[in-house]
Ligand binder design. Structure first.
Ligand code: GCB
Length: 568
């Protein structure tokens, strides 16, 4: 379903702000009926992760309760009204005026409830119980590690309402969804718009594409089709160098009168795999950049617009053109900005640290198929999204191939236009690479192994890449490589943990990658230092592989990349 927006026919209110909050340390909220109203609460910011805000909740993963009140504005009487949660980690139970609206599992993806028949004009009491406890049946799952909290992945399992909560109204029988697919023929951009509407009202639809001095309009009868075609001659294509975006407005008409409309940006571009190359608009591209995390002091994984603009500015500053949304979908606003600024995104599901144990594999597959479906439905119209990543670093298992085949088929059925990949860890020979279009590998030779010996590490890397290439002959991206680096730690000879070692490691790795024509991307791990569980390899509870510190200050490696990537 399209993202809520405000226009002549649609309304949207962001409920972000200060909500009431209470930890449920003894897990007594349900038996004591806290859903009727919270007592003894205190204010908390929404969106934000609670772990960064209240000291006693730092490692408490839930349950915790949120409450707010809202009124319905005038003019919404004949509309459909929804509540939409951008991301809550991990389990949510939602009540409105004491009545249960529903439940949701999984962080980082949106969910909504139709509250048309359930809301009052004034003083609606919205209560949400959030439980972020780690369990092996969840995705991502808990681990069997010595880490605290015990994650099967390497980032802090922040909990709470982490993205905006929207209250919005749409016409009762209006537009439900729009899918835009672009192709190119010669110098003409072909824009196909697929329309999905609610109900039977409306006999006609109209699409208007504007930008770069043109306006193209196409009107269809909805009795005959729901597809609208727009041909843009001399199209200004979308690319990292020229992130050209057209404005598309889709209208629904009843007896010639518009009763709903929706606008979105359209980037005309193609993405395809040919042999060992990745082609954007028919030309080979190379992905330069870093993998990232949504992570910042005080907000944790909470949506922070200033951080989004800062991170893009820093990525530009080092000359990057790409990143991966490791290891879960990022906010919608992050994706919008990538369209505007011209970044190429590998869009990843929250399936990190999968183990394929027999007792949970079916449940995990159900969840992962839902995740990839919801991710594609959410992000399908972004020109910046050039690839779907099914998962990061699943463990070695013969069950993995069938698992990913099922996930792949789900994705392929919904989106036939983008390559699909999976990110593999050292030592795992992913048999799924047989059917995936792009190979992504994470490698740390010269850090976790061959420690202190960058040359040795690079030899191993080079040999392994050639071996994998001769087996699969597909485009390959080194999706992670890096070293933990303490800002301010220096050594004359590159030594582990020093800024010099990080520069030397990245420099040598990039040289190996440049020498292989089947390598189409290099993503350094990581853009910034980020919070993890506590463990003996994570000083200060941080992964220090950032080329920037957690507060976004450049290490020597960021300066090195800036020089290198602005030249190439
Ligand atoms: C990896 C993981 C990433 C970790 C990284 C590391 O392979 O994909 O989540 O943070 O290694 O630094 O160990």
């Amino acid at each position: 379903m399209v993202y809520p927006q405000r226009n002549k026919h649609r309304q949207c209110i962001d409920l972000s702000g200060f909500w009431d909050f209470r930890f449920d340390f003894k897990n007594e909220g349900l038996t004591e009926n806290w859903e009727k109203g919270l007592v003894g609460s205190r204010p908390i910011a929404v969106p934000a992760s609670w772990n960064e805000i209240f000291a006693e909740g730092r490692d408490f993963l839930g349950p915790a309760w949120y409450q707010t009140e809202f009124n319905i504005p005038w003019g919404w009487e004949n509309q459909k009204i929804f509540l939409r949660f951008g991301s809550i980690n991990y389990l949510s139970d939602v009540w409105l005026n004491g009545e249960k609206l529903g439940e949701h599992e999984g962080g980082h993806l949106p969910f909504k409830f139709d509250i048309t028949e359930r809301c009052k004009v004034e003083k609606n009491k919205l209560i949400v119980r959030v439980d972020g406890n780690l369990l092996k049946e969840h995705v991502p799952p808990s681990g069997r590690t010595m880490n605290y909290p015990d994650t099967n992945f390497d980032f802090y399992p922040y909990c709470g309402i982490q993205r905006p909560v929207l209250l919005y109204a749409i016409p009762k029988e209006g537009i439900n969804d729009i899918t835009v697919i672009t192709t190119i023929e010669g110098t003409t951009g072909l824009v196909k718009v697929l329309l999905e509407k609610n109900g039977v009202k409306g006999k006609e639809a109209n699409a208007i594409l504007t930008g770069y001095g043109i306006q193209i309009e196409s009107r269809i009868s909805l009795d005959a089709t729901t597809e609208i075609f727009l041909n843009v001659e001399n199209a200004k294509l979308w690319s990292p160098e020229y992130p050209n975006l057209y404005d598309l407005k889709v209208e629904l008409l009843d007896n010639g009168i518009v009763f709903d409309e929706y606008s979105l940006s359209v980037g005309i571009r193609t993405i395809e795999v040919k042999g060992t190359q990745l082609l954007l608009n028919g030309k080979p591209i190379f992905l330069k950049g870093c993998a990232k995390h949504e992570d910042f002091p005080v907000v944790g994984k909470g949506y922070l617009p200033a951080l989004i603009t800062k991170d893009y500015d820093l990525l530009r500053w080092i000359g990057a053109n790409s990143f991966r949304t490791s290891h879960y979908p990022y906010s919608e606003q992050m994706m919008d900005m990538a369209d505007r600024l011209g970044f190429l995104i590998i869009d990843e599901t929250p399936a990190v640290g999968l183990t394929f144990s027999k007792d949970i594999i079916d449940r995990h597959l159900d969840l992962c198929q839902r995740y990839i479906k919801e991710l594609i439905e959410r992000d399908k119209n972004h020109p910046s999204v050039i690839m779907w990543s099914l998962a990061n670093e699943p463990s070695r298992s013969i069950a993995a191939k069938d698992f990913f085949r099922a996930m792949y088929d789900t994705a392929r059925n919904i989106d036939s236009t983008r390559p699909i990949t999976l990110v593999s860890m050292v030592g795992a020979s992913e048999r799924a690479f047989e059917f995936l279009e792009v190979i992504c590998l994470n490698r740390y030779y010269g850090w976790y192994t061959q420690s202190g010996q960058i040359d040795e590490g690079c030899k191993l890397l080079s040999n392994e890449l050639d071996k994998i290439n001769s087996k699969y002959k597909k485009p390959l991206i080194l999706s992670e490589f890096g070293t933990d680096t303490l800002a301010g730690c220096h050594s004359e000879q590159p030594e582990m943990w020093s800024e010099e070692y990080q520069v030397e490691f990245i420099k040598n790795y990039l040289e190996v990658l440049k020498s292989k024509d089947y390598v189409v991307g290099a993503h350094i791990w990581n853009m910034c230092d980020f919070k993890t569980s506590q463990s003996i390899i994570r000083a200060k509870g941080l992964n220090h592989k950032g080329v920037f510190t957690r507060d976004r200050k450049p290490k020597m490696a960021a300066h090195f990349l800036r020089k290198l990537w602005h030249k190439t």
